[in-house]
Write a protein that binds this ligand. Structure first.
Ligand code: GTP
Ligand code: MG
Length: 440
C-alpha cells in the first residue's frame, strides 16, 4: 500500500484525546471510582427500576433493555449519516489506521450496508456477526435475527483509543434501504446503537446537503438525544472559503426543523483525514474545527459515567410511564367491569378502543411525559393481546408493608437517587484527582 507524502501532522489527535501514557495513568486512578459508581448504579437499577420492569412486563412491550452491558460496557461513539459522507474515513483517521491493511473500506461508491464495529483486542481479529454477538457488549443484537448478524463486521485492534471506547459506523444506505429492511429491522437496529451511544456524529458531504428521507429517518430516531448529537460538515476543504458560510447555513437550515431541541445543533466543518487540504481551503478554520471536534469527543468519553446514569434515568422514566399506562388501563377496566360482567369482553373493548375510555387523554395531561416517550395505542393492543390486562396488578396493590410501593421507589430514583449519584461521582473524581496532583 502506497502512503502519500506530505500527510498532515497528527500528533494533536493523540494529545487531545489523551492517549498518552500520563493520561492513561490518571485514568487508572479513577478506575476505582468509576467502578464503584457503576456498581451503585446497578444497585439502583436492581432495587428501584427492575421490579416494575418485571411486574409490568416492560420487556414484552419494548426493545429497550437495561442491564449489565448497558451499565458496564465502554463508552460508544457512533457515526451515522448518508452514504459517502466520510464516516469510515474519519474512523480510520481517529484510529491512526489509514493506509494500513486493517483500515475500513472507503470510497465514493456507497459501501455495502455493513455495520462496522471496532473494539479493542490485544491482537488484530476480524469478527463476523455471530462472533460479535458472543461478546457481552453486543450480545443484545441477537434479537434482531440472523439477517442483522450477517450485516455486522467486527474488528478488534490493539489500539489506544479503542482501550477507552467502542466505535460503530452505521452504513449510509439510501437506495438499498428497502432491500435491507426486508432482511432485518434496520431502524430498530439503529435505535439499539443510538440508545447506547455516548455521542453521535452525523456526517455530511457538502455536495449532498438535501435532507432526503434517509436524514429524516435518522433525525426522527435522535429525538430526545439532541444534546448528544453533533453534525460534521466533512470534506469542508473542498468548499471555497467564500462559500463555506452558505454551505454551513444550508445544512443547519435543512436539519434544524427536524430536531426538537431549543438550542441550535453543534456543527463542525472539517476535513477529517490525513491528506493535505485542497489548495485555497481555509486552513486555520479547518484546524480549529478539527480540534474542537476532538475535544468534544474527549469530553464525551470523560462523561461516560454521567452518560450511563442519564441513560438509566431515561430507561427508568420509560418503565414508569409504562407502569402508569397499564395502571390506567386497569383502573378503567375495574371501573367498567361490574356493568358487563364478562371480563374478557370489557377488557377487549378497552384495549381496542382506548379513545372511548379517554385513556390517552388522561395520561398526557396528568404527567410530564415527553412527546416522544408517549406510548402508542397500537403497541398496547399487541401488548395486551399477549399479556391479558386483567392479569396485571394495580400499582396501588403492588405495595407491601415492609418494602413500600415499587412505584415510589422508582419515582425517588428518578427524582433523587440517580441525580444524586452524579453529584457523588463528581465529588469522588475531584477527591481522587486531588490525591495524585496536590494543588500547587
Ligand atoms: N476531499 C475530501 N474527500 C474526503 C474527505 N473525507 C473522505 N473523503 C472521500 O469521501 C469518500 C467517501 O468516504 P467514506 O469514508 O467511504 O464514506 P462513508 O460515510 O463511510 O460511506 P458509506 O460507508 O458508504 O456510508 C471517499 O472517496 C473519500 O476519499 C475529506 O476530508 N476531504
Ligand atoms: Mg463507510
Amino acid at each position: 500500500m502506497e502512503i502519500p507524502e506530505n500527510l498532515r501532522p497528527r500528533d494533536h489527535v493523540a494529545q487531545i484525546l489523551r492517549l498518552d501514557p500520563e493520561s492513561i495513568e490518571k485514568e487508572m486512578v479513577l478506575a476505582k471510582t468509576v467502578d464503584a459508581t457503576l456498581k451503585e448504579l446497578k444497585r439502583v437499577y436492581d432495587n428501584a427500576i427492575k421490579p416494575l420492569e418485571i411486574l409490568f412486563k416492560y420487556r414484552e412491550l419494548s426493545n429497550r433493555h437495561f442491564g449489565d452491558p448497558e451499565i458496564f460496557s465502554k463508552p460508544l461513539i457512533l457515526f451515522m449519516g448518508p452514504w459517502s459522507g466520510g464516516k469510515s474515513t474519519i474512523i480510520n483517521y481517529l484510529l491512526d489506521n489509514e493506509y494500513t491493511p486493517t483500515a475500513l473500506r472507503t470510497g465514493a461508491e456507497p459501501s455495502p450496508a455493513y455495520f462496522n464495529i471496532l473494539m479493542w483486542g490485544d491482537q488484530l481479529e476480524i469478527l463476523d456477526g455471530t462472533q460479535l454477538a458472543a461478546d457481552w457488549t453486543f450480545s443484545g443484537l441477537q434479537k434482531f435475527g440472523q439477517g442483522m448478524l450477517d450485516r455486522l463486521r467486527g474488528l478488534r485492534l490493539p489500539n489506544r483509543l479503542l482501550e477507552k471506547v467502542n466505535i460503530v459506523e452505521i452504513p449510509g444506505i439510501l437506495e438499498i434501504r428497502k432491500q435491507v429492511e426486508r432482511l432485518f429491522p434496520f431502524n430498530d437496529a439503529c435505535q439499539w446503537f443510538i440508545d447506547r451511544a455516548d455521542i453521535i456524529f452525523l456526517v455530511y458531504d457538502p455536495s449532498k446537503l438535501d435532507v432526503g428521507p434517509e436524514t429524516e429517518a435518522i433525525l426522527d430516531q435522535l429525538k430526545g438525544r439532541e444534546y448528544q448529537t453533533r453534525i460534521i460538515l466533512n470534506k469542508a476543504d473542498q468548499v471555497r472559503p467564500e462559500e463555506l458560510m452558505r454551505v454551513q447555513g444550508t445544512l443547519i437550515w435543512n436539519i434544524s426543523p427536524l430536531m426538537s431541541s431549543s438550542e441550535p445543533p453543534v456543527m463542525y466543518s472539517a476535513s477529517l483525514w490525513s491528506l493535505p487540504y485542497e489548495v485555497g481551503a481555509p486552513t486555520r478554520l479547518l484546524h480549529a474545527q478539527e480540534r474542537a471536534f476532538l475535544r468534544d469527543l474527549r469530553d464525551a468519553i470523560d462523561k461516560r459515567v454521567e452518560n450511563k446514569i442519564a441513560s438509566a434515568r431515561r430507561f427508568a422514566v420509560r418503565v414508569r410511564n409504562h407502569a402508569k399506562m397499564v395502571d390506567c388501563y386497569l383502573t378503567t377496566y375495574y371501573n367498567h367491569k361490574s356493568f358487563f360482567g364478562n371480563k374478557k369482553k370489557i377488557s377487549d373493548d378497552i384495549i381496542e378502543h382506548p379513545q372511548d375510555y379517554h385513556i390517552y387523554e388522561g395520561l398526557s395531561t396528568l404527567t410530564n411525559i415527553s412527546r416522544y416517550d408517549l406510548p402508542d395505542p397500537d403497541v398496547y393492543k399487541d401488548f395486551f393481546r399477549l399479556n391479558p390486562l386483567y392479569d396485571f396488578q394495580l400499582l396501588s396493590s403492588t405495595c407491601t408493608y415492609f418494602r413500600g410501593c415499587p412505584i415510589n421507589r422508582l419515582d425517588i430514583s428518578i427524582a433523587y437517587d440517580l441525580p444524586e449519584l452524579v453529584g457523588k461521582y463528581k465529588k469522588s473524581v475531584d477527591a481522587a484527582l486531588a490525591h495524585i496532583q496536590p494543588k500547587s
